[in-house]
Design a protein around this ligand. Structure first.
Ligand SMILES: Nc1ncnc2c1ncn2[C@@H]1O[C@H](COP(=O)(O)OP(=O)(O)OP(=O)(O)O)[C@@H](O)[C@H]1O
Ligand SMILES: [Mg+2]
Length: 405
């Protein structure tokens, strides 16, 4: 959930809470005042009609005198007055209230405001008067005043909400300076990546040149030395000379192998034809020959033959460095190399069962840092660290989409 939505919900909840509390306070307040008003009005009416009932027989038949009196009295606030004769005939009923005539509050609201005052019956000779409390006008007044206050409160709260949200939006919107800084940083990052790409390309070019020079110059000179040594050994009968020439030939052959190995390292087959599976198989073969005591297992998954030169080379160089690190630092007996091409990414893991190193990237070497930069240039990520079961792990993820920006 976004920060803005969360703030919106919070403000709305606070506002609803405020409106709810306000409504409850108003209902409670109105209920009390209606109860008090109905009680007072009823008490006064009962007292007045009680005294009138006592004096009425003096002036003639009580029901007739009383009806005349009630007719002249008219409506008493908050009470319905009815006069019945002894045989139950309704002789008088007070007129309905003209105040807000024709309107009533909703039933549910009336139920909330119901007063507890009971009807009173006054007896007189030959008749009885019923005084029934009627809170409908007071309830309607309460309803009118509450809806007015509620609507006002609602308007106020809505305005407050909108004002608060506008303020928050302004507060959360990045300033122009922020936006400019962001653009500048992004550009800088892109430039840095481009520079790194150029440097990597330059280094590879230089490696190629060195490999060529070594192969062409040193390789040919060594071949020449071997040819000369062979011809000396053939043309001389002296055992010392033949033996010496044989030794020279042997050393030159060793030198030739070394030169070839260095050339292969500087310019692996991967550069000629970017097939990662073939290049890694080649690297693994060489590595096993040179390190027979360490068990190297390789798992290659997916199509690794068509990843493009840049990606292939990056993974190859990273694996090369990680395997060299195993020899230099791990003291391992087993190494596992796993490279897999997934749907949208390439994953490579090089792990060993050696002594490990928890703070490898903080070290003074350049290998891991270089790997990380190389991977970042292609928009990927590199993680290094201890394996839970002991040993060291380098894990690389590179996007396959090809966009490293
Ligand atoms: N497989 C490993 N096992 C144990 N420690 C390792 C392993 N790989 C790297 N390290 C640790 O990480 C450090 C950094 O490695 P990095 O390759 O960056 O530097 P280096 O190998 O020491 O030097 P350079 O690669 O520059 O010749 C190493 O010094 C070592 O302590
Ligand atoms: Mg290293």
């Amino acid at each position: 959930m976004s920060l803005r939505l969360r703030l919106n919900l919070l403000v709305a909840a606070l506002n609803l809470g405020f409106l709810g509390a306000l409504t409850w306070l108003l209902i409670d307040n109105h209920r009390n005042s209606i109860q008090e008003e109905i009680e007072a009005a009823h008490r006064v009416t009962v007292q007045m009609l009680g005294s009138a009932a006592q004096t009425s027989p003096v002036f003639g038949p009580a029901p007739v005198v009383m009806v005349n009196f009630l007719q002249s009295l008219g409506r008493v606030r908050a009470n319905d007055i009815r006069l019945y004769t002894a045989d139950g005939v309704l002789r008088y009923s007070s007129p309905p209230s003209a105040y807000k005539a024709g309107r009533t509050a909703p039933d549910w609201f009336g139920g909330l405001m119901r007063s507890t005052v009971e009807a009173t019956v006054i007896g007189l000779p030959g008749a009885r008067i019923e005084i029934v409390p009627d809170a409908s006008r007071a309830v309607l007044d309460a309803w009118d005043s509450m809806t007015a206050i509620f609507l006002l409160g609602l308007g106020f709260v809505a305005m407050l909400h909108v004002a608060l949200l506008l303020f928050l939006r302004r507060l959360l919107r990045p300033t122009e300076a922020d936006a400019r800084r962001l653009v500048a940083t992004t550009q800088e990052l892109a430039e840095n990546r481009e520079v790194m790409r150029l440097i990597e390309a330059g280094i590879e070019q230089e490696r190629k040149r060195l490999a060529r020079e070594l192969h062409d110059e040193l390789g040919q000179s060594v071949t020449a030395i071997r040819l000369i040594a062979t011809s000396i050994s053939r043309s001389s009968e002296a055992p010392g000379v033949t033996q010496g020439a044989g030794k020279v030939n042997e050393i030159a052959a060793g030198l030739y192998d070394s030169v070839h190995r260095i050339v292969r390292e500087l310019r692996p087959a991967v550069l000629e034809q970017p097939d990662l599976a073939a290049a890694l198989a080649d690297l693994g073969r060489e590595w096993r020959i040179r390190n027979p005591d360490i068990d190297l297992s390789m798992v290659l998954e997916g199509d690794l033959g068509d990843l493009g030169e840049e990606l292939t080379l990056a993974v190859f160089r990273c694996v090369q460095e990680a395997l060299t690190n195993v020899l230099k630092h791990a003291g391992a007996t087993r190494v596992r190399l796993a490279v897999a091409q997934r749907e949208d990414r390439l994953e490579a893991i090089i792990e060993d069962d050696g002594q490990g190193e928890p703070n490898a990237l903080a070290g003074s070497g350049h290998g891991l840092v270089g790997m990380r930069e190389r991977v970042a240039t292609l928009g990927g990520s590199l993680e290094t660290g201890m394996r839970p079961e002991g040993g060291f792990r380098v894990s690389i993820v590179l996007p396959l989409a090809g966009d490293s920006q």
